[in-house]
Every structure is written in structure tokens, then in C-alpha cells.
Design a protein around this ligand. Structure first.
Ligand code: PGA
Length: 257
């Protein structure tokens, strides 16, 4: 059983694009796009660029705002952290959780990620849970085991309704920022596997509705092929999203796929 799922393209700007660079970026992007139709777009700026992006998006249809991270604490003495209510104040809809850079460079464990999932959902925002194996884990044939554990621990004890409000991004660590994209076969196999685990954790209707992003060196050249795989519903784009022309090209490919 396959249901049509609306494509979704997310731009993860990471630690790039300052607040003063947002307006020129958006002007160029919107000029190239003309109309955003039949695809959802999420912009995920740095925390300091969130207010400006939020302000500029109030008059733009079809683009939603995402944050790159969230604190697992509500409020208080947590220097340097950003809380769920601070994000809600800026009209953030989505939160990226467990990006591989957070896992590998900042030591985020599945347990912390699970706390962040609950915090996001409790505050009525929608998490994008990132999962994916390292090169070593793929070489030793452990990729499915790793992905399954990330999913089970990240989503544990969530209600059906909460899982319905979650998206997953499959981002093999070896493909992020390296120019080495997973083949369509590798990516499709991983997405199919992820959907089967989501079915086990919820039910077939929830898993069929859930939109799954692929991330890792997506460009205007490979986007179409990746997005035409049956279980790949979108792309989480890093490097190629920093240039509004190339990001627009990727969104246009999604519109026509
Ligand atoms: P990339 O990053 O497109 O530069 O590989 C993707 C990501 O980390 O989300």
C-alpha cells in the first residue's frame, strides 16, 4: 500500500548565513521559485538568524521555519541553551533533532535525543529525527542495527499522535558534506527499512503517512533521481542550500517529481 506523500525540502544552513544575509538570500530564492506549489519547504537557520527569517517569512506562503537544535531542559540556569518556549516565540514549527554533527561532534546520545524529542512534541512543534550510520558501521554491515536502535530509542514511549507529528531524516554520516551521495538503491533500501520500523513502532497508516527525508550531499544534479525513489519523500540539504539558486533548483526538481 502506498499513499501519495507531499514532497518536503529542508535547508539546513548549519553555522552559515548571518542575520543580515537572510533578506538577500530570500529575495533571490523567491525570485527563482516564483511560486511554491505542491512541495513543503523548511528553512533551518542558525539561532541568531531565526528572528530575521521568522519576520521575513510571515508574508511568504509555503515556507516554514525550523531550528537546528533545542534544549532538553525547560528553562533556568543552562548557559548557552535555547528552550522550546524561545523557539515557539519565533514561530518555529520544526526542530532538527540528533543531527549527526550533534551526535558525533557534541556527544549527543540517543537518551538526550529522546528527551529533546519529548520536549519538542510537548511544546507542539514537530521534530525531524535524524538517523544514519557511519562509514565504519556500513563497512561492517551494522547499518540497519544502528538505524533501528536510533529509531527505537529516539521514539520510545511516544504516543501514536506524537509519532504522527514526527518526520525522519536518513543521513548516512559518510555522505554528509563529503560530496559522496548514497546511491539511490542504498538510500531507498534504508528508507524502506526505516518505514518498516516505524510500522512496528506505530501502525501501517502512520508509517505510510510519515515523510522521510534523505540527506547527504544532495545537489540539483542528484535530487531528482533520489526523490523519485518510492520511500524518499524529501531532502535535507546542507551545502547546496547555502546558495539560493541551487536550493531553488532542488525545490523545483521536487515540484516536478
Ligand atoms: P550536506 O549536509 O548536504 O552538506 O551533505 C546535509 C546535512 O547535514 O543535513
Amino acid at each position: 500500500m502506498t499513499l501519495p506523500r507531499k514532497k518536503i525540502i529542508s535547508a539546513n544552513w548549519k553555522m552559515n548565513i548571518t542575520a543580515s544575509e537572510v533578506a538577500p538570500y530570500l529575495t533571490t530564492f523567491l525570485e527563482e521559485m516564483k511560486q511554491i506549489d505542491g512541495v513543503d519547504v523548511i528553512l533551518i537557520p542558525s539561532f541568531t538568524s531565526l528572528p530575521k527569517t521568522s519576520e521575513l517569512l510571515t508574508t511568504t506562503q509555503g515556507i516554514r521555519l525550523g531550528a537546528q537544535n533545542i534544549s532538553s531542559y525547560d528553562k533556568g540556569a543552562f548557559t548557552g541553551e535555547i528552550s522550546a518556549s524561545m523557539l515557539r516565540d519565533l514561530f518555529v514549527h520544526h526542530v532538527l533533532i540528533g543531527h549527526s554533527e550533534r551526535r558525533h561532534l557534541f556527544g549527543e546520545t540517543n537518551a538526550v535525543i529522546h528527551e529533546k524529542m519529548k520536549m519538542t512534541l510537548r511544546n507542539e512543534m514537530k521534530p525531524i529525527l535524524c538517523v544514519g550510520e557511519t562509514l565504519e558501521e556500513r563497512r561492517t554491515g551494522k547499518e540497519k542495527q544502528v538505524i533501528e536502535q536510533q529509531l527505537r530509542e529516539g521514539l520510545q514511549d511516544l504516543s501514536l499522535d506524537q509519532i504522527d507529528n514526527t518526520m525522519i531524516a536518513y543521513e548516512p554520516v559518510w555522505a554528509i558534506g563529503t560530496g559522496q551521495t548514497a546511491t539511490v538503491e542504498q538510500a531507498q533500501e534504508a528508507h524502506f527499512f526505516i518505514r518498516s520500523i516505524i510500522t512496528e513502532l506505530s501502525n501501517i497508516s502512520t508509517s505510510q503517512k510519515m515523510r522521510l527525508h534523505y540527506g547527504g550531499s544532495v545537489t540539483p544534479h542528484n535530487a531528482e533521481e533520489l526523490l523519485s525513489a518510492p520511500d524518499i519523500d524529501g531532502a535535507l540539504v546542507g551545502s547546496a542550500s547555502l546558495d539560493p539558486h541551487s536550493f531553488a533548483k532542488i525545490v523545483l526538481k521536487a515540484q516536478s517529481t
